[in-house]
Design a protein around this ligand. Structure first.
Ligand SMILES: Nc1ncnc2c1ncn2[C@@H]1O[C@H](COP(=O)(O)OP(=O)(O)OP(=O)(O)O)[C@@H](O)[C@H]1O
Length: 258
């Protein structure tokens, strides 16, 4: 059973995080806490390091030898940046959804079963139950229940993105990282995914990168504003969008730059 949400519990504690692409430093001394069962947004102008920060949190950069992170990211008493971390396990606990839907060229059912089969030995009934549950959670079940064994590529872009969210949720992650998950979608599909965030937060914590300030204001509980690789302000969303503490945040949200 999923534990009941605890108010103000910190799920992720980022301390003095620096990130380098080769010799080029991209993140500078980022320190912030991510609360459990809430939506944390990351905003800032293009190139400020939002995606880099997100990708650091599930060690995506490990695929590229010239990229490295320094500092500490505490998750369940472990430092995510430690060389001793089991990366496969980490990525089941901290799932990711990308900007463009990344449905695999296989059936809708197998798209979701894929990650589950890698980490768990469920019998067919349990597997079907898990898949039904996550498809219901992302409100895709009614649209696909009669074609679960058809190719996922036959779905619309918005449906594929909900499938990708279902796939990420199927391994029961603690945290879901979302990198501009609606930027390739039409307004109706976007609204659909925004509505899901509240529902997902019942059992998971979310960190979402978005360029859309209205979306950040509508959907997040706290927001971090990044500028040139530094965290300029981290605040409750309502406060950041109505009475920001830093003048650069004010300039950005009022459209003076970015
Ligand atoms: N693979 C890479 N190699 C070298 N530099 C990179 C790489 N990826 C990103 N960068 C650089 O790191 C900086 C931060 O990029 P990042 O993608 O994290 O910014 P962002 O805020 O997410 O931007 P956007 O909003 O445009 O997606 C930029 O200067 C970018 O050019």
């Amino acid at each position: 059973m999923t534990p009941a949400p605890i108010e103000n519990k910190t799920i992720l504690s980022i301390e003095k995080l620096n990130f380098f692409y080769g010799h080029q430093q991209t993140l500078y001394d980022i320190t912030m806490n991510v609360p459990a069962y809430k939506v944390t947004g990351l905003i800032g102008p293009s190139g400020c390091g939002k995606s880099t920060l997100l990708r650091t949190l599930n060690r995506m950069y490990d695929l590229y030898p010239e990229q490295r992170a320094e500092g500490t990211v505490l998750f369940e008493d472990y430092d995510i940046l430690s060389s001793k971390i089991d990366l496969d396990l980490l990525r089941t606990k901290i799932g990711m959804v990308f900007q463009r839907p990344t449905a695999f060229s296989m059936s809708i059912f197998d798209n979701i079963a894929f990650g589950i089969r890698l980490h768990e030995k469920l019998n067919l009934t349990e597997l079907e139950e898990r898949i039904t549950n996550v498809l219901q959670q992302v409100t895709l079940w009614n649209e696909v229940k009669d074609r679960l064994h058809h190719s996922a590529l036959s779905l619309s872009g918005g449906q594929q993105q909900r499938l990708c969210i279902a796939r990420a949720l199927a391994t029961k992650p603690e945290i879901l990282l979302m990198d501009e998950p609606t930027s390739a979608l039409d307004p109706i599909s976007t609204a659909h995914i925004e509505e899901l965030l509240d529902e997902i937060c019942q059992n998971h914590s979310i960190i979402i990168v978005t360029h859309n300030l209205q979306q950040a204001a509508r959907c997040t509980d706290q927001v971090g504003f990044l500028f040139q690789g530094k965290l300029v302000e981290l605040n409750a969303s309502e406060k950041l969008f109505t009475a920001p503490e830093n003048p650069r945040t004010q300039d950005y949200i009022t459209g003076r730059f970015g």
